[in-house]
Every structure is written in structure tokens, then in C-alpha cells.
Design a protein around this ligand. Structure first.
Ligand SMILES: Nc1nc2c(c(=O)[nH]1)N[C@H]1C(S)=C(S)[C@@H](COP(=O)(O)O)O[C@H]1N2
Ligand SMILES: [Mo]
Length: 249
């Protein structure tokens, strides 16, 4: 019985994906094959993984001895350096956009929420991986506290750093945002997040590639569309290098 249900759900999702693809391909805006393929990949990946499929988790013994820093490895501002030196007493994570109750969370607030610890593998498109143990509240807890409005379709991550002169940012859809392994991490391997890995707060979205794992978080914003953010592709690397927005591993 359960098997039949699963199979029809799978067929439904695949059909949905196929429909979306032909619609894009047939549109007058002339989408590239690349983008059409991305739509297909996203639908197929979701159908196979299931909406709440979990990324593999590892044992403590499997953790990488070092977790390198990549992209920005610090934030070039006096405020950051001063906060880093003092344990980030005045750092605030804003939760806003399409919410009923905007929040400004201190690091202590973030640590006071129910915590999740997960040992996962980070995969960077540049061709390296590392296994790390991340701790922090589920993003869903923050979104529930802020009471996200129904019009929200995406969650945006605002970061303190710039890369090649442009603000780093990322975004995910609501399925990924409410996924149990999507957390706002303040610790790596049981220690406060190191500077190079995004201190004091970073996103961990475990079914997605490295560039989605936004570091140096200053804000989380619920939005209905990504069109008016950055160059409109939903993230720094999507905007400037044509990386796919849907970065399922
Ligand atoms: N704010 C910010 N987040 C970022 C980046 C960045 O440059 N700035 N680089 C991304 C990329 S491409 C990767 S692979 C990971 C690297 O995380 P790490 O420095 O902890 O290894 O962070 C991602 N998140
Ligand atoms: Mo990366």
C-alpha cells in the first residue's frame, strides 16, 4: 500500500517536472537548454529524494581533520574585527521580509533555541569535500518565531562579506528552508565557528552544494520573488558565474 502511494507520488512529481520543462522550452523568452535542464534536474532530484529525504550523516571519527576556508575567509570591516575579538556581543541576525514578527537575534538568542548537531559532507564545485560537525537551531524554528507569511516563496541569506566587490548572498526555496537538516550553525566540531568558516553564523543546507552554505550571516529574509535581488539569479555565484540556482548534491 505504502509502496503504491510512493510510486504514484513519484509519477506525479515527474509529471510536474516534465510539464514545467515543456512550458519553459516553449516560452517566448527563449530559455537556454542549461536552464531547462536545471528545471528537470530539480524535479527529478526532488522526486527521487522525497521532500524530506535526508543527506547522509557521518560519525565523529569520519570528520575531516581540517575544514578549509573557501571564498571569503574573513570580513573586511572594523566592526567585524572588533566583534570577532570580543565574541560577537553586538552581532545581530535580522529575520525579516515577508514575516509578521521581525526579529533581531543575538548570538545568545541563537544558542538558546533548541539545537541540532549534524555531521555531514560539504561538496564544493571546485572539486573538494570535507566532513564537519555543525551545531545550531533549525532554520524552521527561526521562521516559525518570525511567522513567515504565505506569500513567501524563498528565503534569502544576507552576508557581511563582499567577494570581488559584490555582496555575497544566497537563497533557497521553502522546501529546503523547512528541511530538518537546514540549520543556522554557530559551531563547527564543537567549537565556535572559526573566522574562515563564517563566524559567527552560517547556513548549513545539507542537500545542497558548497556555494549555498552562506557564511557571515547578517540577515534572513522571506521574499516572494528573487527578481529584484542582486542580478536576479538568486545568489552571488548564480549572478556572476552562471552557477545553477538549484544546487542539489
Ligand atoms: N558569505 C560567503 N559565504 C560563502 C562563500 C563566500 O565567499 N562568502 N563561499 C561559498 C563557497 S563556494 C563554499 S565552497 C563554502 C566554503 O565554506 P568554508 O569556507 O567553510 O569551507 O562557503 C560558501 N559560502
Ligand atoms: Mo564552493
Amino acid at each position: 500500500m505504502a509502496d503504491i502511494k510512493r510510486r504514484s507520488l513519484l509519477a506525479g512529481l515527474v509529471a510536474l517536472g516534465a510539464g514545467a520543462c515543456s512550458k519553459i522550452a516553449g516560452s517566448e523568452t527563449g530559455q537556454s537548454l542549461f536552464e531547462t535542464a536545471e528545471g528537470w534536474h530539480r524535479a527529478a532530484h526532488r522526486a527521487l529524494a522525497g521532500k524530506q529525504g535526508l543527506a547522509p550523516e557521518y560519525t565523529r571519527a569520519e570528520r575531516s581533520p581540517t575544514f578549509k576556508g573557501n571564498g571569503s575567509v574573513t570580513v573586511d570591516s572594523d566592526f567585524y574585527r572588533q566583534q570577532l575579538a570580543g565574541g560577537f556581543p553586538e552581532w545581530r541576525l535580522m529575520v525579516g521580509g515577508l514575516v509578521e514578527q521581525p526579529l533581531a537575534l543575538s548570538l545568545a538568542d541563537v544558542r538558546a533555541l533548541p539545537q541540532r548537531t549534524q555531521i555531514t559532507r560539504h561538496d564544493c564545485v571546485e572539486g573538494w569535500s570535507a566532513i564537519g560537525e555543525w551545531t545550531g537551531p533549525q532554520l524552521s524554528a527561526l521562521l516559525d518565531a518570525a511567522k513567515v507569511r504565505k506569500e513567501a516563496n524563498f528565503i534569502l541569506f544576507r552576508c557581511a562579506d563582499t567577494l570581488y566587490g559584490n555582496a555575497y548572498y544566497e537563497s533557497i526555496d521553502m522546501v529546503e528552508a523547512y528541511h530538518p537538516q537546514t540549520i543556522i550553525a554557530h559551531a563547527l566540531n564543537g567549537e565556535p565557528l572559526p573566522e574562515k568558516n563564517g563566524a559567527p553564523l552560517r547556513a548549513r543546507i545539507e542537500r545542497q552544494l558548497g556555494y549555498k552554505q552562506a557564511k557571515y550571516l547578517t540577515g534572513i529574509e522571506a521574499v516572494s520573488s528573487l527578481d529584484d535581488v542582486g542580478l536576479g539569479k538568486g545568489g552571488f555565484w548564480e549572478d556572476y558565474a552562471g552557477y545553477q540556482w538549484y544546487a542539489g548534491v
